[in-house]
Design a protein around this ligand. Structure first.
Ligand SMILES: [Zn+2]
Length: 449
């Protein structure tokens, strides 16, 4: 079998390695799996057989972005203008009507949006996720699938631990290693103590991690304290789901003792700044998380709660939210935001040895950004300062992503998806959305608690 070799030359390469090395005029060479070499142009030899893209000093190259908390959906823009406790019951009408075909198209449209914006890996908490696996395999994307599981009698439309186990098992048999499954618990008030304990057993048995939401809004935390007599993170700890590799989404309203527990147990946090702003949840204490040594990745929380899956907006949002909350213009600088969207996301997902930075031997998950556009100029360093690094975080958009590779294989080329017929899929997605909306009309919202 011949190996396809690709080289990108004369590009600004942000490796996001441990030294945050940037090659102002760099070259990267990779095959249909891994990165072979990265360095200064002229110091990296380009094999004659390589397909070469000349960046002409106008392309940036970055590791693929990693969305550590998302929910696929067909129904972006239908649940609006509501705080979480009112938003969730309305959102769940989608789930009560959802069938496998809806789920397939939900995942497809969400992964298509993400991939075109340079996101090469998504942690997706959703349902019928064998269909998510199918969508990801079609597109060539990397996904960490986490079924929404719950056992409260009013939430019987969610997944179960039995269906989760089936998905974990199925994913092990897929011919690619891009599609994996973890154990997911929807919410502390949707799942019994027995379910939490069984989730821990399942995660230990298969050697996979656990993901759930917590402490997104103040009213939610107050309700949990009233129900259980303890703050949510302490309850999770009692039930055994906090351990190295576990991931909690949001954590906006953790108190000091909960932050200490998250740190002591080696649990990671998926921070979703845009969703937290749009649902008026509040600013998560990101600085305290980082000072406590907690691994923090960035999450879009899906199109349903922030109307975009753009990790570019997520990086900018994470930075701005901390700046305005702390009244500190230096909070979460561009390198920190980029690290959270790449290598820290990879660490949170337990894949940082093979993903998250551009280094020889790592998987070739990467993207190019077209810098030669009015909103991304200048590309001129002065006095040792690189404006491009900052403009990538504060000015770049998902639509600036030109090419994307996952495991060295092209997924987006010149802004077009490589492995699917996008026009035909958009027709099918739109038709299926109409059908889901019709079925959803029959279902009324059920209060959260
Ligand atoms: Zn979520």
């Amino acid at each position: 079998m011949t190996t396809a070799l690709t080289a990108i030359t004369n590009a600004r390469i942000y490796t996001i390695d441990a030294n945050f090395t940037c090659y102002r005029n760099g070259t990267i060479v990779f095959d249909d799996s891994s990165i072979i070499a990265v360095g200064h142009t002229g110091e990296v030899s380009v094999p004659p057989a390589a397909r070469t893209i000349d960046g002409k000093g106008r392309l940036a190259v970055l590791p693929g972005l990693i969305d550590t908390h998302s929910h696929s959906s067909l129904l972006k823009g239908y649940t609006e203008n509501a705080q979480l406790m009112d938003w969730l019951p309305e959102y769940q009408r989608e789930h009560r009507a959802l069938n496998e075909t809806d789920a397939y198209y939900s995942c497809l449209v969400s992964y298509m949006e993400a991939l075109k914006g340079g996101t090469t890996m998504v942690m997706d908490m959703y349902r019928f996720l064998h269909k998510g696996a199918q969508a990801a395999m079609q597109l060539g994307m990397r996904v960490q699938l986490v079924p929404y599981a719950a056992d409260h009698p009013t939430k019987d439309f969610f997944e179960t631990l039995a269906s989760t186990e089936q998905l974990i098992d199925e994913c092990r048999r897929y011919p690619v290693d891009r599609v994996k499954a973890w154990v997911g618990l929807e919410h502390i008030t949707y799942c019994s103590e027995a379910m939490f304990r069984a989730a821990r057993d399942l995660s230990d048995r298969y050697g996979v991690n656990i993901h759930t939401h917590t402490s997104e809004q103040q009213e939610e935390v107050a309700a949990v304290i009233k129900l259980f007599g303890k703050r949510p993170v302490h309850k999770f700890n009692d039930w055994g789901i906090l351990k190295p590799g576990s991931v909690l989404a949001h954590c906006v309203w953790l108190d000091e003792s909960e932050i200490a527990t998250v740190a002591a147990t080696g649990t990671a946090i998926a921070h979703c700044p845009l969703s937290n702003m749009k649902l008026a949840s509040g600013p998560a204490p990101l600085q305290q998380f980082r000072e406590a040594g907690i691994c923090v990745g960035l999450g879009s929380d899906g199109g349903i709660s922030n109307n975009t899956l753009s990790m570019w907006e997520c990086m900018k949002g994470a930075s701005l939210l901390q700046k305005v909350t702390r009244l500190d213009a230096a909070a979460i600088d561009a390198p920190t935001a980029l690290r959270m969207a790449t290598i820290e996301g990879a660490r949170l997902l337990g894949v940082d040895k093979k993903l998250g930075s551009l280094e020889a031997g790592k998987q070739a998950d990467l993207l190019t950004v077209d810098l030669w556009q009015p909103h991304l100029l200048p590309i001129l360093d002065s006095e040792g300062h690189d404006p491009v690094l900052w403009n990538l975080v504060f000015a770049a958009r998902a639509s600036d992503v030109k090419d994307v590779w996952v495991g060295g294989l092209p997924c987006v080329a010149d802004r077009q998806l490589c492995n699917v017929d996008e026009a035909a899929l958009l027709e099918a997605i739109s038709k299926q959305t109409g059908e889901l909306l019709k079925r959803r009309e029959k279902f009324a919202a059920i209060p959260m608690i």
